[in-house]
Design a protein around this ligand. Structure first.
Ligand SMILES: [Fe+2]
Ligand SMILES: [Fe+2]
Length: 193
């Protein structure tokens, strides 16, 4: 799905169902971190007008998603818990060597954002496909298209800032790196864990 090189074991959906409050807290914060990532890119690349326009929409959408998840969880009687650090994002950030080249760094950030969005989609689909909770299934199906759009947009921006073949190679290597990490995951009620 979306080029990913590993698939989540459906057993993960059962772990989520058994720990729904913790999962929804993690998801709510993932949406907020996505919005924060968009704002951070706007601050770092304010002169990139097309990117800033797209990110203006993106930050609104991700903030709306945060609200949707928060509303869903409170309707189910859950309270937003405390945020935990995302090991997934920290692991992905280690893939690209640190650089002072602004465009190189922008491409890396777009590719990592694209991958986080792609994996979110895959996890939401896994949950929707394997849960027996019809309302939960619909909630996650409704989010998939929006997150898939974010994935495509970040990948498109990455390819607009560097040679397409160079970006394709980086993307392919990043997908392999992520798939190796994901083989060890799927045991916790986290969107990317
Ligand atoms: Fe989102
Ligand atoms: Fe997204």
């Amino acid at each position: 799905m979306l080029g990913l090189k590993s698939t989540t074991n459906p057993e993960w959906a059962k772990i989520v169902e058994a720990n729904l409050g913790a999962f929804l807290t993690d998801h709510a914060f993932a949406e907020q971190k996505a919005a924060a990532g968009g704002f951070s890119l706007i601050i770092s690349y304010s002169e990139e007008t097309e990117l800033v326009k797209a990110l203006s929409e993106y930050t609104i959408e991700e903030t709306e998603h945060f609200k949707l998840v928060h509303d869903f969880m409170t309707a189910r009687g859950f309270k937003l818990g405390r945020d935990t650090k995302s090991n997934y994002a920290a692991h992905l950030l280690k893939f690209f060597p640190k650089t002072k080249d602004r465009i190189e760094s922008l491409v890396s950030r777009c590719l990592i954002a694209a991958l986080i969005e792609a994996r979110s989609c895959e996890r939401f689909k896994t949950l929707a496909d394997y849960t027996s909770d019809k309302e939960l299934e619909q909630f996650y199906r409704d989010l998939i298209a929006s997150e898939a759009g974010h994935y495509s947009q970040f990948l498109k921006f990455a390819k607009s800032y560097q040679d397409k073949n160079v970006v394709d190679k980086k993307w392919d290597e990043l997908l392999t790196y992520e798939a190796i990490y994901m083989e060890t995951q799927g045991k916790t009620p986290l969107v990317h864990g």
